[in-house]
Write a new protein. Structure first.
Length: 351
């Protein structure tokens, strides 16, 4: 079943700023979609249209088979939007009140409302915030509460605008796990983000918007994140990119060695090889080109693993917190252990 069907949709704000330019898009029930693009590319505006908050200047939009002009407010319970800035959707005196608002508007009983609230508090691990006023929360805590208000009405479709922005690493992982659980439950989840690190975890399909507010690519997330030309065109990766023959190596130049690898290995490399390195006993049947790529890859990883270990140790020496120091030293030791695995792989390739 098609939930959204957009045909050549465009939108311009009152100040004359173009936000969307002839967007054509279909979304089916149960799909996980990520919409990626730099700030200002139109990601949020597209979500606002899908949520019925604004109507396009031109083009056609149908939602659950109903033209957008007739879809709302009857569809309001089926679609829920998480705003990028959680402050705009939090207004009650306590977190519990925030989570209760949606179910109360639906006319649910007090017993059912309380049950949903407690369930969401546990799911988001914010039980300790139950009686706190939202304006006293941190940005990450506000984001979790705002997500909870979306979940409280049990919608069919969740529209998430930068759900991991402003969260600490642990909370980011928790939100990603929640999105994956929602998808397993059959929910349709559409996430706008410029975080390339999460698209493969939470979506089946990725849509790329460029700075002209058009869709310039759509496909499997793992294909999109390896398409350096498209990512550069959308201004999603740094232009200072070292190009090798088969992968992209990005440096942030932010003071700490922080980089992302986007390998372009053929999937057939690992077909039939088993789930561990040990099960690949020989290299018969692998093309010489693939063997050469694997050789270069292992050498490259080993080189940068050493850099990682040195960085961790340096930070461990600088920090005055013993717990942090122990964690960083453990990370350095684990990084060195990875080199042993890579050496085993190289020996296999050199046999």
């Amino acid at each position: 079943m098609e939930i959204f069907d957009l045909d050549k949709v465009s939108y311009t704000y009152r100040d004359g700023k173009r936000a969307l330019n002839e967007i054509t898009l279909k979304v089916s029930e149960g799909e996980g979609i990520t919409i990626i693009g730099t700030n200002g590319s139109g990601k949020s505006t597209l979500l606002y249209i899908l949520d019925g908050l604004i109507e396009p200047d031109s083009g056609e939009v149908t939602i659950f088979g109903v033209p957008i002009r007739k879809a709302f407010p009857s569809m309001r319970q089926r679609i829920s939007l998480l705003f990028q800035n959680p402050q705009v959707q939090l207004f009650s005196l306590t977190v519990k009140d925030e989570l209760s608002f949606g179910p109360e508007q639906m006319g649910l009983s007090r017993e059912e409302t309380d049950r949903r609230v407690e369930e969401i508090l546990r799911l988001l691990k914010i039980e300790h915030l139950r009686d706190d006023p939202p304006w006293n929360l941190s940005g990450g805590e506000m984001k979790k509460v705002a997500l909870g208000t979306c979940l409280s009405i049990n919608p069919d479709v969740l529209l998430l605008d930068e759900p991991t922005t402003g969260l600490d690493p642990r909370s980011q992982v928790e939100i990603i796990d929640i999105i994956m659980a929602l998808r397993d439950a059959g929910k349709t989840v559409i996430t706008a983000t410029h975080d390339l690190g999460i698209v493969q975890d939470i979506s089946d399909r990725t849509i790329v918007l460029d700075e002209d507010h058009r869709i310039i690519a759509a496909g499997r997330p793992w294909d999109i994140v390896r398409d350096s030309e498209t990512l550069l065109r959308a201004n999603l990766i740094h232009k200072h990119t070292h190009r090798h023959s088969w992968y992209v190596h990005e440096h942030s130049h932010a003071g700490i060695h922080d980089h992302e690898h986007i390998p372009d290995l053929d999937e057939k490399v690992f077909e039939g090889s088993g789930s561990t390195l040990e099960t690949q006993q020989d290299k018969e049947g692998l093309p010489s080109e693939i063997l050469n790529r694997l050789q270069i890859l292992t050498e490259h990883w080993k080189e940068h693993n050493i850099e990682h270990a040195e960085t961790y140790i340096e930070w461990a020496e600088r920090t005055g917190d013993r717990d942090i120091s122990d964690i960083l030293r453990t990370a350095a030791a684990a990084t060195k252990d990875i080199n042993l695995i890579l050496e085993r792989l190289q020996k296999m390739l050199n046999r």
